[in-house]
Design a protein around this ligand. Structure first.
Ligand code: B12
Length: 492
């Protein structure tokens, strides 16, 4: 059989989203999107070898619906569920069978089946081969449910050979699944379970070696994002992993809980193995909100101290905040702006509270009659889809826009960049290898050519930026991301 694996386009139709990356595409002239969905190389590896695979990623090119395939598998998250349904229906109009899997169909199987031939609930590892077999026999069932959780140590190494090698900005690798916490707004514990399941370090290294081997026109270090919810969820495994990463010569980034800030030995090891940034879900600067979210761990830490500590090891802290929780008021937005500015957080991800299906929050809001819409394309954390407690929906939306516009204004970006260029501890980061220098030179040239075609505000920013481009302490990819986020903020 010929199987198409599909990634639907992200974000609401005719709207810019934080993950749009059209700015990056216009700037880089080639690379179009942050990354693929890891479910796709996972499914590829699980597909018996006698079948042919083609990957269709709508974030990098339009889908060719006339393609000759026998089965279409689509990976679905809530914010692009509507888009996935449309794609599925278009293939079905041609008589091609479609299967939907991923977090959204797993949480809403009765809805998903209205738009496809089969829904897979849960992880693909123990079930995908059966689905393919049934499809080949013409005996697809409407629903397949994974029993229990997959043993990741027994899973094949993800196979990226059918993905574009030139269109993505970074690769994505997962070493473990499961989360012991039970935050009200999150669906991870419901979907992946609370017990930590790791791959073996050998599996992870094999995956990274394959990524490193993949050809590229421009030979710079590979950027890898670890999709684990908390890279430090199993400490003995993490030590072994970080030691093994040292020889891989990659730039990597991960997610972690705030307690990582007190783990000095880990922080040093992470930096030495190529970690450039740690993404932490701070969620709220209000203790009352953290309690309401059921995220007590964050209450035990002084956020500013934790941020400073991690950065003292030469790694950036990327951060995530939720606005609109129960105790947020009209004043909360200015307080958040002040916090972000005072702590020099360069890439804060600001999200409007969103009750994703399958979360405790969704259940509570449904019970309280506070869900305003189930138009899933608005569930991208940039729209208000519920009735807040102490704010009107307009106040929440405007407050969100205010924060994003302020923290991604060129003034704020330049002030924070200057902070990182100037501070002493950052000098440790030695990024001046010849490939990096070549990359910085190309970046400077591209900035200059960009000047001719861009607006006044961006030109002024570029002129102030240019003298610093060869200073190694902030990565070019970070600066580029900031320019993209400014572009997004301006579009709000
Ligand atoms: C990495 C990650 C990101 C990366 C994305 C990089 C990328 N290109 O994927 C970044 C940091 C950019 C990100 C951003 C966001 N994310 Co995110 N992210 C994750 C995370 C931590 C891991 C995802 C992953 O790669 N998993 C590994 C793969 C292998 O697992 P999987 O996709 O679930 O696939 C398995 C099964 O679902 C199934 N399956 C999947 N597809 C298919 C298809 C078929 C046909 C079949 C048979 C089976 C199948 O089999 C697979 C193997 O077991 C998850 C949490 C988690 N633990 O899963 C959240 C998660 C996916 N993110 C989430 C959210 C909300 C967001 C943001 C909105 C956050 C924000 N505020 O901006 C944005 C939106 C981005 C977007 N529009 O996609 C939610 C999604 C909830 C939902 N219902 O859709 C999750 C689940 C976390 C949560 N808190 O609940 N995210």
């Amino acid at each position: 059989m010929k199987i198409a694996l599909v990634i639907p386009k992200n974000g609401a139709e005719n709207e810019r989203s934080f993950y749009d990356y059209s700015f990056h595409a216009s700037f880089l002239l080639s690379r179009k999107y942050i990354s693929y969905l890891l479910a796709i190389p996972t499914l590829t590896a699980l597909t018996p070898k006698e079948h042919d695979i083609v990957v269709l990623d709508e974030n990098i090119e339009d889908i060719d619906y006339s393609i000759d395939v026998d089965l279409v598998g689509i990976s679905v998250r809530t914010m692009f569920a509507m888009r996935a349904y449309k794609i599925s229906e278009k293939f079905r109009q041609r008589g091609i069978k479609t299967v939907l899997g991923g977090i959204h169909p797993s949480m809403c199987p009765d809805e998903a089946i209205l738009h496809c031939d089969a829904v897979v609930v849960g992880e693909a590892e123990n079930i995908w081969a059966t689905v393919i077999d049934d499809a080949q026999k013409g005996q697809l069932k409407p629903q397949y449910k994974a029993e229990g959780f997959a043993d990741l140590k027994a899973a094949p190494v993800s196979d990226r050979s059918f993905l574009s090698k030139t269109q993505y900005l970074s690769d994505i690798v997962q070493t473990a699944k499961g989360c012991p916490f039970h935050c009200e707004f999150c669906s991870v514990h419901a979907f992946d379970g609370q017990k930590i399941r790791t791959k073996t370090v050998e599996q992870v290294i094999q995956e990274i070696e394959a990524i490193n081997r993949s050809t590229e026109t421009f030979k710079k270090k590979k950027a890898i994002f670890f999709a684990d919810d908390n890279i430090l969820s199993k400490k003995s495994f993490a030590i072994e992993l970080f030691e093994a990463l040292k020889s891989q010569n990659i730039n990597w980034m991960c997610q972690a809980s705030i307690n990582i800030s007190r783990e000095d030995d880990f922080l040093a090891l992470m930096r030495d193995s190529g970690c450039g940034a740690i993404f932490i879900g701070f969620e709220s600067i209000s203790d009352k909100n953290l309690s309401a979210m059921d995220k007590p761990i964050n209450r035990k830490y002084d956020f500013a101290e934790a941020i400073h500590k991690i950065q003292s090891y030469g790694m950036l802290v990327h951060s995530s905040f939720i606005v609109g929780y129960e105790f947020d008021t009209p004043e909360s937005f200015d307080e958040l702006i002040d916090f972000i500015e005072n702590t020099n957080l360069l890439i804060p991800l600001v999200n409007i509270l969103t009750p994703f299906p399958g979360t405790q929050l969704f259940k509570r809001f449904e019970k309280e009659g506070r869900i305003l819409t189930k138009d899933w394309q608005l569930y991208d954390t940039k729209h208000v889809v519920f009735q807040p407690s102490n704010l009107s929906t307009e106040q929440l939306l405007e407050g969100y826009k205010k924060v994003v516009k302020k923290v991604y204004s060129f003034d704020a970006i330049l002030r924070k960049l200057n902070h990182y260029w100037d501070i002493d501890f950052w000098k440790r980061q030695n990024d001046s290898d010849p490939v990096q220098l070549k990359y910085r030179l190309l970046f400077a040239i591209r900035l200059l050519t960009f000047l001719a075609s861009t607006n006044f505000k961006r030109s002024a920013f570029i002129i102030k930026l240019l003298p610093h481009v060869f200073r190694p302490r902030v990565r070019i990819s970070t600066i580029l991301a900031l320019m993209g986020y400014n572009d997004f903020a301006e579009s709000l």
